[in-house]
Design a binder for this molecule. Sequence first.
Ligand code: FE2
Length: 363
Amino acid sequence: MSDNPLNIRQVHHMEFYVGNAKQADYYYRNAFGFSRRAYSGLETGDREKTSYVLQQGTVRLVMTTPHNPDSHISEHIRKHGDGVRDIALEVDDADHAYEMALTRGAVSNEAPHTLKDDSGEVRRASVRVYGDTIHSFIARRKYEGPFLPGFIESNLDGRDAGLLRIDHFVANVELGRMLEWEEWYKKVFGFTRFLTFDDKDISTEFTALNSVVMANDSRSIKFPINEAAPGRRKSQIEEYIDGYYGPGVQHIALLTNEIIPTIKKLRDNGVEFLEVPDTYYEELGSRVGSIDEDMEKLRDLRILVDRDDKGYLLQLFTRPVEDRPTLFFEIIQRKGCQGFGKGNFRALFEAIEREQARRGNLV
Ligand code: FE2
Protein backbone atom coordinates (compact mmCIF):
# COMPACT_ATOMS: atom_id res chain seq x y z
CA MET A 1 0.00 0.00 0.00
CA SER A 2 1.29 3.41 -0.94
CA ASP A 3 2.01 5.85 1.85
CA ASN A 4 0.35 8.60 -0.13
CA PRO A 5 -2.47 6.91 -2.06
CA LEU A 6 -4.13 10.21 -3.03
CA ASN A 7 -0.84 11.95 -3.93
CA ILE A 8 -1.54 14.81 -1.52
CA ARG A 9 1.24 17.39 -1.56
CA GLN A 10 0.34 20.13 0.91
CA VAL A 11 -2.40 22.44 2.12
CA HIS A 12 -3.36 24.67 -0.82
CA HIS A 13 -5.51 27.10 1.20
CA MET A 14 -8.09 27.25 3.96
CA GLU A 15 -11.47 28.75 3.16
CA PHE A 16 -13.51 30.42 5.88
CA TYR A 17 -17.22 31.11 5.54
CA VAL A 18 -17.81 34.44 7.26
CA GLY A 19 -20.66 36.89 7.76
CA ASN A 20 -18.79 39.84 6.26
CA ALA A 21 -15.76 38.99 4.12
CA LYS A 22 -14.93 42.66 3.52
CA GLN A 23 -14.39 43.19 7.25
CA ALA A 24 -12.60 39.83 7.68
CA ASP A 25 -10.21 40.89 4.87
CA TYR A 26 -9.47 44.10 6.79
CA TYR A 27 -8.98 42.26 10.09
CA TYR A 28 -6.60 39.62 8.75
CA ARG A 29 -4.57 42.25 6.90
CA ASN A 30 -4.36 44.78 9.70
CA ALA A 31 -4.31 42.51 12.74
CA PHE A 32 -2.50 39.38 11.47
CA GLY A 33 -0.40 40.92 8.70
CA PHE A 34 -1.79 39.03 5.71
CA SER A 35 -1.75 40.69 2.29
CA ARG A 36 -4.66 40.55 -0.09
CA ARG A 37 -3.67 38.86 -3.34
CA ALA A 38 -6.89 37.99 -5.18
CA TYR A 39 -10.60 38.73 -5.26
CA SER A 40 -13.78 37.27 -6.68
CA GLY A 41 -17.28 38.73 -6.41
CA LEU A 42 -20.00 40.58 -8.26
CA GLU A 43 -17.45 42.55 -10.32
CA THR A 44 -15.88 39.32 -11.59
CA GLY A 45 -19.26 37.77 -12.38
CA ASP A 46 -19.80 35.69 -9.23
CA ARG A 47 -23.48 36.25 -8.35
CA GLU A 48 -23.43 33.86 -5.37
CA LYS A 49 -20.54 34.99 -3.18
CA THR A 50 -17.54 37.24 -2.62
CA SER A 51 -14.09 35.89 -1.69
CA TYR A 52 -10.87 37.62 -0.66
CA VAL A 53 -7.60 35.66 -0.85
CA LEU A 54 -5.11 36.58 1.88
CA GLN A 55 -1.53 35.45 1.95
CA GLN A 56 1.45 35.62 4.31
CA GLY A 57 4.47 33.42 3.66
CA THR A 58 2.89 30.34 2.10
CA VAL A 59 -0.26 30.57 4.24
CA ARG A 60 -3.35 31.26 2.15
CA LEU A 61 -6.67 32.04 3.81
CA VAL A 62 -9.79 32.68 1.76
CA MET A 63 -12.62 34.71 3.32
CA THR A 64 -15.95 33.99 1.64
CA THR A 65 -19.36 35.54 2.27
CA PRO A 66 -22.67 34.72 0.53
CA HIS A 67 -24.86 37.20 -1.33
CA ASN A 68 -28.18 35.57 -0.64
CA PRO A 69 -29.93 33.85 2.26
CA ASP A 70 -30.63 30.58 0.42
CA SER A 71 -26.99 29.77 -0.22
CA HIS A 72 -25.43 26.77 1.52
CA ILE A 73 -22.85 29.30 2.73
CA SER A 74 -25.58 31.25 4.55
CA GLU A 75 -26.74 28.02 6.15
CA HIS A 76 -23.17 27.28 7.27
CA ILE A 77 -22.85 30.72 8.87
CA ARG A 78 -26.30 30.53 10.46
CA LYS A 79 -25.32 27.30 12.17
CA HIS A 80 -21.63 27.77 12.91
CA GLY A 81 -20.94 31.49 12.86
CA ASP A 82 -17.64 32.32 11.13
CA GLY A 83 -15.41 29.28 10.72
CA VAL A 84 -13.30 27.06 8.50
CA ARG A 85 -15.27 25.31 5.77
CA ASP A 86 -12.53 23.84 3.62
CA ILE A 87 -8.99 22.61 4.22
CA ALA A 88 -8.10 22.46 0.54
CA LEU A 89 -5.29 20.13 -0.44
CA GLU A 90 -3.06 20.33 -3.46
CA VAL A 91 -2.86 16.99 -5.23
CA ASP A 92 -1.22 15.70 -8.42
CA ASP A 93 -4.53 14.64 -9.94
CA ALA A 94 -7.90 15.67 -8.48
CA ASP A 95 -9.82 12.92 -10.30
CA HIS A 96 -7.49 10.26 -8.98
CA ALA A 97 -7.57 11.69 -5.42
CA TYR A 98 -11.36 11.85 -5.45
CA GLU A 99 -11.89 8.36 -6.88
CA MET A 100 -9.33 6.88 -4.52
CA ALA A 101 -10.88 8.68 -1.51
CA LEU A 102 -14.37 7.39 -2.37
CA THR A 103 -13.09 3.85 -2.92
CA ARG A 104 -11.51 4.02 0.53
CA GLY A 105 -14.69 5.16 2.22
CA ALA A 106 -14.93 8.95 1.90
CA VAL A 107 -18.28 10.66 1.27
CA SER A 108 -18.41 12.94 -1.76
CA ASN A 109 -19.08 16.65 -1.44
CA GLU A 110 -18.48 17.61 -5.06
CA ALA A 111 -17.47 15.49 -8.05
CA PRO A 112 -14.40 16.47 -10.13
CA HIS A 113 -14.95 19.47 -12.38
CA THR A 114 -12.84 21.92 -14.35
CA LEU A 115 -12.48 25.59 -13.41
CA LYS A 116 -11.28 27.71 -16.29
CA ASP A 117 -10.38 31.27 -17.19
CA ASP A 118 -7.91 33.09 -19.44
CA SER A 119 -5.01 32.06 -17.19
CA GLY A 120 -5.59 28.34 -17.61
CA GLU A 121 -7.47 25.62 -15.81
CA VAL A 122 -7.68 23.78 -12.54
CA ARG A 123 -9.40 20.50 -11.71
CA ARG A 124 -11.24 20.40 -8.39
CA ALA A 125 -13.28 17.92 -6.31
CA SER A 126 -14.11 17.59 -2.61
CA VAL A 127 -15.03 15.13 0.14
CA ARG A 128 -16.78 15.61 3.47
CA VAL A 129 -15.10 15.14 6.84
CA TYR A 130 -16.07 16.01 10.46
CA GLY A 131 -19.14 18.20 10.85
CA ASP A 132 -19.65 20.45 7.83
CA THR A 133 -15.93 20.59 7.08
CA ILE A 134 -14.62 19.46 3.69
CA HIS A 135 -11.31 18.75 1.97
CA SER A 136 -11.08 20.02 -1.58
CA PHE A 137 -8.59 18.36 -3.90
CA ILE A 138 -6.99 20.91 -6.20
CA ALA A 139 -4.80 20.08 -9.19
CA ARG A 140 -3.34 23.00 -11.11
CA ARG A 141 -2.57 22.43 -14.74
CA LYS A 142 -0.13 25.15 -15.70
CA TYR A 143 -2.49 27.66 -14.15
CA GLU A 144 -0.95 31.16 -14.24
CA GLY A 145 -3.57 33.24 -12.42
CA PRO A 146 -3.24 34.83 -8.97
CA PHE A 147 -5.23 32.09 -7.18
CA LEU A 148 -7.85 29.93 -8.92
CA PRO A 149 -9.91 30.48 -12.09
CA GLY A 150 -12.52 33.18 -11.54
CA PHE A 151 -10.29 35.27 -9.28
CA ILE A 152 -8.65 38.51 -10.34
CA GLU A 153 -5.46 39.94 -8.92
CA SER A 154 -6.16 42.36 -6.07
CA ASN A 155 -3.07 43.47 -4.19
CA LEU A 156 -3.23 45.24 -0.87
CA ASP A 157 -0.26 44.72 1.40
CA GLY A 158 -0.91 44.03 5.06
CA ARG A 159 1.39 44.67 8.02
CA ASP A 160 3.50 41.52 7.58
CA ALA A 161 4.15 39.88 10.95
CA GLY A 162 6.66 37.26 9.78
CA LEU A 163 4.22 34.34 9.60
CA LEU A 164 5.67 31.77 7.20
CA ARG A 165 3.49 28.69 6.88
CA ILE A 166 0.88 26.50 8.51
CA ASP A 167 2.64 24.41 11.15
CA HIS A 168 -0.46 22.40 12.02
CA PHE A 169 -4.20 22.76 12.37
CA VAL A 170 -6.48 21.08 14.87
CA ALA A 171 -9.91 19.46 14.70
CA ASN A 172 -12.29 19.18 17.65
CA VAL A 173 -14.64 16.21 17.36
CA GLU A 174 -17.38 14.82 19.55
CA LEU A 175 -16.61 12.72 22.61
CA GLY A 176 -15.85 9.15 21.54
CA ARG A 177 -15.25 9.94 17.87
CA MET A 178 -11.53 10.78 17.83
CA LEU A 179 -10.44 7.22 17.01
CA GLU A 180 -13.06 6.96 14.28
CA TRP A 181 -11.58 10.02 12.58
CA GLU A 182 -8.05 8.71 13.12
CA GLU A 183 -9.12 5.54 11.29
CA TRP A 184 -10.69 7.63 8.54
CA TYR A 185 -7.48 9.58 7.89
CA LYS A 186 -5.43 6.37 7.99
CA LYS A 187 -7.72 4.49 5.66
CA VAL A 188 -8.75 7.22 3.23
CA PHE A 189 -5.65 9.47 3.10
CA GLY A 190 -2.97 6.96 4.19
CA PHE A 191 -1.89 9.27 7.02
CA THR A 192 -0.28 7.87 10.18
CA ARG A 193 -0.44 8.66 13.86
CA PHE A 194 2.51 10.92 14.68
CA LEU A 195 1.90 11.46 18.41
CA THR A 196 -0.67 10.69 21.10
CA PHE A 197 -1.76 12.66 24.14
CA ASP A 198 -4.23 11.37 26.67
CA ASP A 199 -5.98 12.80 29.67
CA LYS A 200 -2.84 12.22 31.78
CA ASP A 201 -0.96 14.67 29.53
CA ILE A 202 -3.80 17.11 29.02
CA SER A 203 -5.75 17.65 32.17
CA THR A 204 -6.35 20.20 34.88
CA GLU A 205 -8.21 19.93 38.13
CA PHE A 206 -11.48 20.33 36.22
CA THR A 207 -11.24 19.15 32.63
CA ALA A 208 -9.33 16.79 30.32
CA LEU A 209 -8.99 15.93 26.67
CA ASN A 210 -7.50 13.29 24.40
CA SER A 211 -5.61 14.03 21.22
CA VAL A 212 -4.00 12.09 18.38
CA VAL A 213 -1.70 13.86 15.94
CA MET A 214 -2.04 12.67 12.35
CA ALA A 215 0.55 13.38 9.64
CA ASN A 216 1.14 12.66 5.97
CA ASP A 217 4.22 10.75 4.85
CA SER A 218 6.34 13.86 4.22
CA ARG A 219 5.14 15.51 7.47
CA SER A 220 4.18 18.60 5.44
CA ILE A 221 0.67 18.25 6.92
CA LYS A 222 0.22 17.65 10.64
CA PHE A 223 -3.02 17.89 12.49
CA PRO A 224 -4.12 16.85 15.94
CA ILE A 225 -7.68 15.57 16.41
CA ASN A 226 -9.06 16.35 19.88
CA GLU A 227 -11.97 14.95 21.82
CA ALA A 228 -13.10 15.75 25.34
CA ALA A 229 -12.24 13.23 28.07
CA PRO A 230 -14.49 12.86 31.10
CA GLY A 231 -13.75 15.61 33.67
CA ARG A 232 -15.47 17.42 36.51
CA ARG A 233 -16.48 20.41 34.40
CA LYS A 234 -17.26 21.17 30.77
CA SER A 235 -14.01 21.00 28.76
CA GLN A 236 -12.86 23.53 26.18
CA ILE A 237 -13.63 20.93 23.49
CA GLU A 238 -17.26 20.69 24.63
CA GLU A 239 -17.46 24.48 24.82
CA TYR A 240 -16.23 24.65 21.23
CA ILE A 241 -18.68 22.00 19.98
CA ASP A 242 -21.56 23.71 21.79
CA GLY A 243 -20.53 27.09 20.32
CA TYR A 244 -19.87 25.82 16.79
CA TYR A 245 -22.88 23.52 16.84
CA GLY A 246 -20.75 20.55 15.87
CA PRO A 247 -17.18 19.48 15.26
CA GLY A 248 -14.81 21.67 13.28
CA VAL A 249 -11.40 23.33 13.08
CA GLN A 250 -10.37 24.53 16.54
CA HIS A 251 -7.11 26.31 15.78
CA ILE A 252 -4.58 26.97 13.06
CA ALA A 253 -0.93 27.17 14.13
CA LEU A 254 1.23 29.53 12.07
CA LEU A 255 5.00 29.22 12.05
CA THR A 256 7.40 32.13 12.50
CA ASN A 257 11.20 32.11 12.65
CA GLU A 258 11.27 35.02 15.10
CA ILE A 259 8.47 34.82 17.59
CA ILE A 260 9.46 37.86 19.65
CA PRO A 261 9.02 40.46 16.88
CA THR A 262 6.03 38.52 15.51
CA ILE A 263 4.13 38.59 18.82
CA LYS A 264 5.14 42.19 19.43
CA LYS A 265 3.72 43.19 16.07
CA LEU A 266 0.52 41.19 16.49
CA ARG A 267 -0.03 42.67 19.95
CA ASP A 268 0.61 46.19 18.60
CA ASN A 269 -1.95 45.44 15.87
CA GLY A 270 -4.54 44.55 18.48
CA VAL A 271 -4.56 40.74 18.31
CA GLU A 272 -5.78 39.43 21.66
CA PHE A 273 -3.89 36.55 23.28
CA LEU A 274 -4.66 34.24 26.16
CA GLU A 275 -3.47 35.62 29.46
CA VAL A 276 -0.52 33.74 30.91
CA PRO A 277 -0.02 34.18 34.69
CA ASP A 278 3.22 35.53 36.22
CA THR A 279 3.70 32.25 38.03
CA TYR A 280 4.33 30.56 34.68
CA TYR A 281 7.61 32.49 34.35
CA GLU A 282 8.78 31.78 37.91
CA GLU A 283 9.32 28.11 37.13
CA LEU A 284 10.13 28.42 33.42
CA GLY A 285 13.94 28.58 33.74
CA SER A 286 14.12 25.39 35.76
CA ARG A 287 11.70 23.63 33.43
CA VAL A 288 13.23 24.45 30.03
CA GLY A 289 16.87 25.19 30.94
CA SER A 290 19.01 27.46 28.81
CA ILE A 291 17.43 29.05 25.71
CA ASP A 292 18.63 31.68 23.22
CA GLU A 293 15.89 34.18 23.92
CA ASP A 294 15.86 36.83 26.61
CA MET A 295 13.58 35.53 29.38
CA GLU A 296 12.47 39.08 30.20
CA LYS A 297 11.22 39.64 26.67
CA LEU A 298 9.36 36.35 26.72
CA ARG A 299 7.76 37.32 30.02
CA ASP A 300 6.81 40.80 28.72
CA LEU A 301 5.14 39.33 25.64
CA ARG A 302 3.74 36.34 27.57
CA ILE A 303 5.30 33.79 25.22
CA LEU A 304 5.26 30.12 26.31
CA VAL A 305 8.23 27.75 26.01
CA ASP A 306 8.44 23.97 26.00
CA ARG A 307 11.31 21.53 25.53
CA ASP A 308 11.69 17.92 24.44
CA ASP A 309 14.80 15.80 23.82
CA LYS A 310 15.35 17.37 20.39
CA GLY A 311 15.10 21.05 21.29
CA TYR A 312 12.48 23.58 22.30
CA LEU A 313 9.56 25.53 20.93
CA LEU A 314 8.00 28.89 21.67
CA GLN A 315 4.28 29.42 21.26
CA LEU A 316 1.30 31.56 22.15
CA PHE A 317 -2.42 31.28 21.55
CA THR A 318 -4.88 33.97 20.57
CA ARG A 319 -8.31 34.31 22.04
CA PRO A 320 -11.09 33.07 19.74
CA VAL A 321 -11.31 35.38 16.73
CA GLU A 322 -15.12 35.33 16.75
CA ASP A 323 -17.63 36.10 19.51
CA ARG A 324 -18.54 32.44 19.73
CA PRO A 325 -15.77 30.59 21.64
CA THR A 326 -14.65 28.71 18.53
CA LEU A 327 -11.67 29.17 16.15
CA PHE A 328 -8.40 30.67 17.41
CA PHE A 329 -4.81 30.87 16.17
CA GLU A 330 -1.50 29.69 17.56
CA ILE A 331 1.82 31.37 16.79
CA ILE A 332 4.75 28.96 17.01
CA GLN A 333 8.52 28.98 16.56
CA ARG A 334 10.41 25.69 16.56
CA LYS A 335 14.00 25.25 17.63
CA GLY A 336 14.42 21.53 17.10
CA CYS A 337 11.35 20.46 19.02
CA GLN A 338 8.71 18.75 16.88
CA GLY A 339 6.14 18.49 19.69
CA PHE A 340 3.08 20.57 20.37
CA GLY A 341 3.91 22.17 23.73
CA LYS A 342 2.90 19.33 26.05
CA GLY A 343 4.66 21.02 29.00
CA ASN A 344 2.44 24.07 28.49
CA PHE A 345 -0.83 22.19 28.32
CA ARG A 346 -1.65 22.58 31.98
CA ALA A 347 -0.82 26.31 32.18
CA LEU A 348 -2.58 26.86 28.89
CA PHE A 349 -5.72 24.97 29.75
CA GLU A 350 -5.96 26.67 33.11
CA ALA A 351 -5.80 30.00 31.26
CA ILE A 352 -8.54 28.78 28.89
CA GLU A 353 -10.65 27.66 31.83
CA ARG A 354 -10.42 31.11 33.43
CA GLU A 355 -11.81 32.55 30.20
CA GLN A 356 -14.42 29.79 29.93
CA ALA A 357 -15.54 30.64 33.48
CA ARG A 358 -15.91 34.31 32.50
CA ARG A 359 -18.15 33.19 29.62
CA GLY A 360 -20.24 31.12 32.02
CA ASN A 361 -19.18 27.92 30.28
CA LEU A 362 -17.10 26.17 32.96
CA VAL A 363 -20.03 24.36 34.47
FE1 FE2 B 1 -1.49 23.69 18.35
